[in-house]
Design a protein around this ligand. Structure first.
Ligand SMILES: Cc1cc2nc3c(=O)[nH]c(=O)nc-3n(C[C@H](O)[C@H](O)[C@H](O)COP(=O)(O)OP(=O)(O)OC[C@H]3O[C@@H](n4cnc5c(N)ncnc54)[C@H](O)[C@@H]3O)c2cc1C
Length: 415
């Protein structure tokens, strides 16, 4: 008899877990209340980059904190009431910016990102979506020499990990991306990076591959989970599923789900972010995603137009959308590139699920047998879904892990 697994959540992380566990010979059911890849995994910037090993809470955060605390920047907004209610998370997030923890985090994230890339390449080929992948890197844009200088820790860290980058003068930048306005005297081209032109479609294609290989996808909102003698039961509005093992991969909803069903306290905050799609002047093209550091947005060429995605807004998962950060980002993006009209009727809102040390929780739950976690992928869940799945599947099989699992152990947060 094959061992059975129910995977909750069909974002990039859950779909990757389902595919990998299926490949290891398990009988897998994937459950989501929506179609695969419709939430956080849909609206991101589409970047797969080793440079994303730098968490937001790094030692350079201290110098930026007085400016960020004013709550007026495009890079970071926060709802003070949310921060007060989540003061424990905020304190631990800041505490994790100290050098020792930062060093552990960058090393762990680099391994997870690096592990994921060949799997993405393989699955994209198998799912027939490799044409969506561009392997021409992405570019950090600096509006002044001083801004470039303040990115030193990030560049030193990339160098230390052997990430291939090239510093560009304003002229060299224009040779690479001729339609950017000449307002960036310096740029950093991260060559060790790729991007996709429709992240949601990639998740859908992976889910279709899982189904084509005999996997089952159930559309249901799971309301309760329960461990009976030898199996898990997941009960939704449409029915009940039983399995030997249960994987929780509910992205930002993992926190409330585990609180409401098992009474667990997940120290997660929501780094919310928006996107909008724009048309461009007919002759203006962008070859790869660019990150305007001072402007606080990423502009990514997508199938739907140019997607401008914003920085971080710390607020409740379901708090109403706010305009100010988007408007600042749009003003800066229009300075940088000849954007035309909106291609969508309203902004999209996503929630990056973030644990205090900016590392996802991947592994066995301490509190319950055969319960597994794969959530908390903050800014990098699109790129690290496959590596997370491989790590989790090895842990479930009791096999040697391809990377050190300890930095990701749910037990570090008492889970
Ligand atoms: C603006 C922005 C830009 C980003 N840019 C990048 C980037 O360039 N590169 C990168 O790697 N990452 C990026 N990210 C981060 C990345 O998008 C996330 O880390 C990743 O999508 C998380 O995937 P997930 O599968 O954990 O969560 P999700 O994609 O949110 O999936 C969770 C799923 O759980 C389902 N669900 C929730 N509750 C229930 C329930 N009770 N029952 C059934 N189903 C349920 C939801 O419907 C959803 O489909 C960005 C994020 C944002 C917001």
């Amino acid at each position: 008899m094959k061992k059975t697994v129910v995977v909750l959540g069909a974002g990039m992380v859950g779909v990757s877990c389902a595919l990998e566990l299926q490949q290891r010979g398990r009988d897998v059911v994937l459950v989501d209340r929506a179609a695969p890849g419709r939430e956080t995994s849909f609206g991101n910037a589409g970047v797969f980059a080793r440079s994303s090993l730098m968490p937001m809470n790094n030692p350079a955060l201290w110098a930026a904190l007085p400016k960020l605390a004013r709550n007026t920047s495009a890079q970071l907004r926060y709802d003070p009431r949310f921060l007060l209610r989540n003061a424990g998370w905020a304190a631990r997030f800041l505490y994790s910016a100290r050098t020792g923890c930062f060093e552990q985090t960058v090393e762990a994230l680099d391994r997870l990102i690096t592990l994921s890339r060949p799997l993405h390449d393989r699955w994209m080929a198998e799912a027939g979506v490799q044409a969506r992948l561009r392997s021409n890197g992405w570019i950090f844009l600096y509006r002044s020499e001083a801004a470039y200088a303040s990115g030193m820790l990030s560049r030193q860290t990339m160098d230390r990990f052997g990430i291939q980058t090239q510093t560009l003068s304003g002229e060299e930048l224009r040779a690479l991306e001729p339609h950017l306005a000449p307002i960036f005297p310096k740029a950093l081209w991260i060559q060790d990076a790729a991007s996709v032109d429709n992240p949601g479609a990639v998740v859908e294609a992976y889910a279709a591959l899982f189904q084509a290989r005999g996997g089952r996808i159930v559309r249901d909102e799971v309301k309760a989970i329960h461990r009976s003698q030898d199996a898990w039961e997941a009960t939704g509005t449409a029915g009940r599923l039983r399995a030997d093992d249960l994987v929780v991969a509910l992205g930002p909803w993992s926190r409330t789900f585990l609180r409401d069903t098992l009474g667990l306290s997940v120290p997660m905050a929501y780094e919310r972010g928006y996107h909008r799609h724009f048309g461009a002047r007919p002759d203006a093209t962008l070859g790869r995603p660019v990150y305007d550091i001072g402007g606080g947005y990423v502009l990514s060429p997508m199938e739907m137009g140019l997607r401008m995605s914003t920085g971080v807004e710390l607020a409740d998962i379901d708090a109403p959308k706010a305009d100010a950060q988007l408007q600042l980002a749009e003003t800066a993006a229009r300075e940088a590139f000849p954007l035309a009209d909106y291609r969508d009727s309203e902004p999209w809102l996503g929630r990056r699920p973030t644990l205090p040390d900016s590392r996802p929780a991947i592994g066995r739950a301490r509190s319950h047998p055969s319960l597994w976690f794969a959530f908390g992928h903050q800014h990098i869940g699109l790129s690290t879904g496959p590596g997370s799945a491989q790590l989790l599947a090895n842990l479930m099989d009791g096999a040697e892990s391809p990377i050190d699992p300890r930095p990701f152990a749910p037990a570090r947060w008492g889970l």
